[in-house]
Design a protein around this ligand. Structure first.
Ligand code: FE2
Length: 260
């Protein structure tokens, strides 16, 4: 979220990759450029810092120059269930650092989210028809960018046993419900934000006025204080592709407190 979150991720990711022996890293970049989408240069910086795949969301197209980039850079995903005429792709197959095949699927919710062109549930079936976890793919990670906790929980259950993890994004507030579902899929309703939490979901506290007054008074801009990095660390069984653990990551840049 904005410069605060972006720079914290770029600073911390190389060290985290090494220390936690990460085979594969997905970063959601929906709000990286001053809160609105991402530029090609920023995307390159995330790849250089150790991200394997970048996912977007409802703000992905806010920076005009990203449109051409999406057509050539397969590691930057837009939601798969947007209209098929939208540039870019919503799924990618990547060889992880351990040599195994991983797939990332990016979906967007239909509730309170006008950009979905098709059902994320239908797209899940459609995209997974090519992949059998533990047979022709070692891990399938789903980033579900959605507003409603109910819709996110439903997609987690719907995908259970067919993917390694369903991780929610978009609300910027981490939920404390990380767990392994009945059939072995790791799930967290929302992974939270990397950014300044002394804010209104990453935007400067002046955003309070918009709610209090009931009309837009000026543009929103990101809060610029020290970031807290939030994420999820998922361990996947090499044979089955199912999750063996999920741990919530929270690293406070101001105090250096860390859960990992
Ligand atoms: Fe979003």
């Amino acid at each position: 979220m904005g410069r605060s979150g972006r720079e914290a991720v770029l600073r911390r990711l190389p060290e985290l990759r090494k220390r936690l022996s990460l085979d594969f890293v997905v970063v959601n970049v929906d709000n990286a450029a001053h809160g609105f989408g991402i530029t090609p240069d920023m995307a390159r910086q995330f790849f250089e810092a150790g991200a394997d795949v970048l996912t977007g969301g409802n703000h992905l197209f806010d920076q005009r120059e990203i449109i051409g980039f999406l057509e050539t850079e397969r590691r930057l995903l837009r939601p798969a269930n947007m209209s098929s005429s939208v540039p870019g792709k919503g799924m990618v197959e990547i060889t992880a650092a351990n040599g195994r095949k991983a797939v990332v699927i990016h979906l967007i919710g239909q509730l309170n989210m006008p950009m979905a062109g098709d059902s994320p549930f239908r797209l899940t079936d459609c995209l997974l028809s090519e992949y059998k976890l533990g047979e022709n793919v070692s891990a399938v990670i789903v980033d579900f960018h959605a507003e409603m906790t109910s819709e996110k929980n439903a997609l987690g259950r719907y995908s259970d046993g067919r993917v390694s993890a369903v991780i929610g994004t978009h609300t910027h507030i981490p939920t404390a419900d990380e767990r392994i579902l009945e059939r072995g899929t790791a799930f967290q309703t929302d992974v939270g934000m990397c950014g300044d939490y002394d804010s209104i979901i990453g935007m400067h506290k002046s955003a309070v006025e918009r709610f209090a007054k009931g009309y837009k008074c000026g543009r929103l801009f990101p809060a610029s204080g020290a970031a807290i990095l939030c994420g999820a660390l998922v361990d996947v069984d090499d044979k089955t592709g199912l999750a063996s653990s999920i741990v919530r990551i929270k690293i406070d840049e101001a105090s250096n407190d860390s859960t990992v």
